[in-house]
Write a protein that binds this ligand. Sequence first.
Ligand code: DP6
Length: 354
Amino acid sequence: MSKITVKAPANIAFIKYWGRSEHELYIPRNNSISMNLSNCYTITSVEFGEQNEDIVEVKYFEKEVSLLTPNDLKSKALFRQIERIRQESGIDKKVKIYSENSFPADAGIASSASSFAALTGALLILFGQKEKFEDKIEFSRQIRLCGSGSAIRSSMDGFVEFLTPKESILAKGGFEQKDLTPKFSQYLHQGSKAKQIADQNHWDLVDIVAIVDPQKKLVSSSKGHLIADTSPYFETRILEMQNRIDLTRKAILDKDFKTLGRCIEEDSTSMHAIMMTSNPPVFYWGAGSIQIMLEVMKWRREDGLLAYFTLDAGPNVHIICQKKDTQEIQKKLKAISFVKWTIYNEVSAGAHIV
Ligand code: DP6
């Protein structure tokens, strides 16, 4: 088979995934909900090679091409994913992978989501398992095994929910080893999957990412998930967010922007409160992040401009708004000295072959 190329979007979580009940299978404690982004994406090409090792080349935004080595949690998981798909296919061939990102990596813009979704899709097709790529629910499970939970939500078009089984939501402190029989692990794996809420044509929402710091974050989200439940407020978040998840899903379906916006901001701040109170504490916000959050609230209060902020595991601020307001918001962002540049995103399709 010749070269296979897959493009996958990053996504911005309206309801955040933070903390797991099981770390090997990447099973989250809570459901999460996101929107796929049109201008933050990864394009990955894979082909078989005659060499003795897998070769993974990555070209990050405005950086030189570099060779990836399994030297951190995320890269190790990526090499494991290549091995897993190869073994399942029974095709004993090494691969050459080339991956290009349209936006800064590891800065809280879900670069692992787009790259892991694109990589998993391309590998499944190359190794003769296209049916697992085309069945989007199975595809989402396959992406999760790659080692990026949020990447699951890039498997389908538009607005997507990442479901976790109810046993996982209730598993205070996470599962113990003795709970994880092969049958139960299989049950968790089957139930932890994506579900589309609405496609990319449903609602013309926009995410303007205000870049305040494009550098790689100091603590990866993979590490953050491991310590999330050390926060004394973690179980409270899991309880109080259940209602917000239902409200968010309904607000998307009803196109109720005020309710959606309120849920988006509440959930972002709730997740960051967990991060800041975990052991050790993790602060992703910088001075610029805080200034932008305050500005967004002021626009609403003083100008009646409906915009809402959300931040992932990084200092850059995602401003969610309606398309009609984008020019005004871009203008206001330009006036904030912390903002280095912005990335404009509409709602996008999920991972697809190009
Ligand atoms: C803050 O998906 O990066 O962006 O499953 O370890 O790969 P792993 O974590 P990851 O975590 C995402 C964290 C987040 C919130 C979100 O996107 O839901």
